[in-house]
Design a protein around this ligand. Structure first.
Ligand SMILES: NC(=O)c1ccc[n+]([C@@H]2O[C@H](COP(=O)([O-])OP(=O)(O)OC[C@H]3O[C@@H](n4cnc5c(N)ncnc54)[C@H](O)[C@@H]3O)[C@@H](O)[C@H]2O)c1
Ligand SMILES: [Zn+2]
Length: 364
């Protein structure tokens, strides 16, 4: 005898949250105390950020005598894995972090993705607040709720969509970023400009000395603009079903390079190389003019970003990696390609053989 019970779980979800741009770390701590008076607070950070800001931030959180803990992981992409996630969970559970806890991610994109994923699964989900400290995290990874860890077979292969409760952005934290890490963030800014905003592209072309000097006003403008551009995309397509895929420009080849280099090439650097390679593919496909590709090349160089695929790269492996990307379909890879400075098309299907011949010598 068969029977059926229908479990109706249709619901309206409200994952809205605020991004507060231009706040200080101290103000953020004050807001967190005010907003979450009854939650035990666990700050997750990395070893560099801990040294620079951990004590100050923890002190501000404990100001009123409240309990707050700080847990650090080794700095760098290699910490974004299941082992580190498990280790954090062990440490959190040992200090009895329960459902009444709040996770605060204080750090770059690695900490944001990792701590966000921990928050998504601990007790089936506890709230988390993000305080992005790198330029890359401020303009990109703090909007949209993608949280994940890497796997040897690919980046971000294990993860979830889990939105933060709130994001606090303190631009003064960018002063301590190394020049290399700062440029790394600029790569994502250039990505937004290419796919969505010709005006931002022009601003970047005309203001590189100010930007590179980390002038507060121009950084405020840039961070606000990028977060708002990403907001517009994520609001329309939170789960990356179509529109959000345009944010992957430069990332199909970029992720593969990042992984192949065992993370010696940083995320933004790999995206920079990936953007130029993918723009060239767009040119060969007749989607973008040679002049515009040259403009992108110039802008990337202006900011000291790499543009060439490293000479010793094994193309076979590189292409295998791109086809393993979670966005590939039947072995063909779907690229986001620019059509002009300021606009792009997602879902352009290319075979590995096509990409190989294009990258190695232009169209055959
Ligand atoms: N979730 C998303 O939507 C999304 C978007 C883009 C990138 N990402 C992920 O973000 C990661 C890259 O982020 P990242 O570039 O911030 O890397 P990161 O977190 O490793 O930070 C880079 C380095 O800068 C240091 N740092 C951070 N803030 C600092 C500060 N204020 N002063 C001095 N040093 C500081 C860190 O300790 C680290 O050594 C990648 O894993 C990428 O996949 C996620
Ligand atoms: Zn990226």
């Amino acid at each position: 005898m068969k029977s059926k019970i229908h479990i109706n779980l249709k619901r309206v979800v409200d994952n809205s949250y605020d991004l507060v741009i231009g706040t200080s770390l101290k103000e953020a701590a004050g807001e967190i105390l005010r907003l979450y008076p009854n939650r035990r607070k666990f700050v997750i950070t990395d070893s560099h950020v801990k040294k620079l800001y951990g004590g100050k931030f923890l002190g501000a959180l404990r100001r009123t005598g409240e309990e707050a803990h700080l847990l650090a992981v080794p700095a760098g992409e290699r910490s974004k894995n299941r082992n580190t996630k498990g280790d954090l969970e062990d440490r959190l559970l040992k200090v009895r972090a329960g459902r009444d806890s709040l996770i605060i991610a204080l750090g770059g994109g690695v900490v944001g993705d990792l701590a966000g994923f921990v928050a998504a699964t601990l007790h089936r989900g506890i709230p988390f607040v993000q305080i992005p400290t790198s330029l890359l995290a401020q303009v990109d990874s703090s909007v949209g709720g993608k949280v994940a860890v890497d796997h040897p077979l690919g980046k971000n292969l294990i993860g979830a969509f889990y939105q933060p409760d709130r994001v606090f952005i303190d631009l003064s934290l960018l002063k301590t970023l190394s020049p290399r890490e700062f440029r790394n963030g600029i790569a994502e800014v250039i990505k937004y400009a290419v796919i969505l905003d010709a005006g931002l592209f022009k601003l970047l072309e005309s203001s590189s000395p100010l930007v590179l000097a980390r002038d507060n006003d121009i950084l405020l403008k840039i961070v606000q603009r990028c977060c708002d551009l990403k907001r517009q995309i994520v609001e329309k397509d939170e789960r990356e079903l179509d529109l959000r895929r345009i944010l992957n420009f430069g990332h199909t080849i970029g992720h593969a390079l990042e992984l192949l280099s065992n993370f010696r090439i940083l995320h933004g650097e790999a995206v920079s190389i990936g953007m130029l390679a993918e723009a060239r593919i767009a040119e060969w496909k007749g989607m973008m003019t040679h002049r515009e590709v040259a403009r992108l090349d110039r802008l990337l160089r202006q900011y000291g970003l790499p543009t060439a695929i490293p000479r010793r790269t094994d193309f076979g492996k590189l292409l295998l990696m791109t086809s393993r990307d979670k966005k590939s379909i039947d072995g063909d890879v779907r690229y986001t390609l620019p059509v002009a400075i300021g606009s792009a098309a997602a879902g352009v299907r290319l075979t590995a053989a096509q990409v190989r011949s294009l990258l190695q010598g232009g169209p055959s």
